[in-house]
Design a protein around this ligand. Structure first.
Ligand code: ATP
Length: 233
């Protein structure tokens, strides 16, 4: 039998008042994938990720994440690590204070992993979080999400705070880290170029609908076939 999919949506619809953010979305993403979610502003990416974390409820249809219905419950949040677009930090708390807080809130907290990651990316444990750059803050948020030892990590535009030169290195490093954790991952971006290198499953959202979804290898093979056929003509 198939392993439990990372994401499974059927007729998933989300409205904010009269605005439709997701319309009748069907998805089935196999286990163990690094999933890239791309689309222009307002396509519905953040809405889909917030639904997956249990921060929002669908208007209609169904969504399962790792086989369960997402809920803002301790049990769901222990399995799913979420790094939001502008992750809030407590400005007057130090980096080390954030790790202590994480340890108190999460039963499976891996302090060793958190400390190694902090030192690897050059964060000073005594630094007040309010004084971190956008990129350093993104690293702190990632560390906190990963130290919970989740089965799935969800990132909403993880490279948004970084300059174009820093983006690629950051994302490759991020994906190596996720692979070491043995977790699945979903990350969103405006830019296909940012994530095509690191994802093995791609979802393209546009105006609340899924335009393309599939294994990157299959999508590329399909594209190559199309190009070859055109050259034959
Ligand atoms: P971006 O790349 O700009 O972050 P996105 O793909 O993440 O966009 P969403 O944030 O999911 O898109 O928004 C989808 C649609 O829903 C947009 O039209 C947006 O204006 C609308 N929307 C999002 N959040 C709300 C809200 N809380 N109330 C009303 N409308 C909202």
């Amino acid at each position: 039998e198939d392993p439990i999919p990372v994401l499974q949506a059927e007729g998933l619809t989300k409205r904010y008042g009269r605005r439709v953010a997701l319309s009748e979305v069907d998805l089935r993403v196999p286990a163990g994938r690094v999933v890239g979610l791309v689309g222009p502003n307002g396509a519905g990416k953040t809405t889909l990720l917030n639904l997956a974390c249990g921060l929002l409820e669908p208007t209609s249809g169904s969504l399962r994440v790792l086989g369960s219905r997402p809920a803002a419950s301790a049990a769901h949040l222990a399995r799913v690590g979420f790094v939001a677009q502008n992750t809030p930090v407590y400005p007057s708390f130090s980096v080390a204070d954030h790790l202590r807080l994480g340890a108190r809130l999460n039963p499976c907290w891996d302090q060793d992993l958190a400390e190694r990651r902090i030192s690897r990316v050059g964060l000073n444990p005594g630094q007040k979080a309010g004084r971190l750059s956008g990129g350093q803050r993104a690293q702190l948020a990632l560390t906190i999400a990963a130290a919970k030892r989740p089965e799935l990590l969800i990132f909403d535009e993880p490279a948004a705070a970084l300059d174009p030169l820093a983006r690629e290195g950051f994302l490759v490093n991020l994906m190596e880290f996720v692979a070491d954790l043995g977790a699945s991952a979903v990350l969103s971006s405006h830019l296909l170029g940012d994530i095509e290198q690191i994802c093995d499953y791609l979802i393209v959202l546009c105006e609340a609908r899924v335009q393309i979804a599939g294994e990157v290898e299959e999508l590329l093979a399909g594209h190559r076939r199309l190009v070859a056929r055109r050259e034959e003509l």
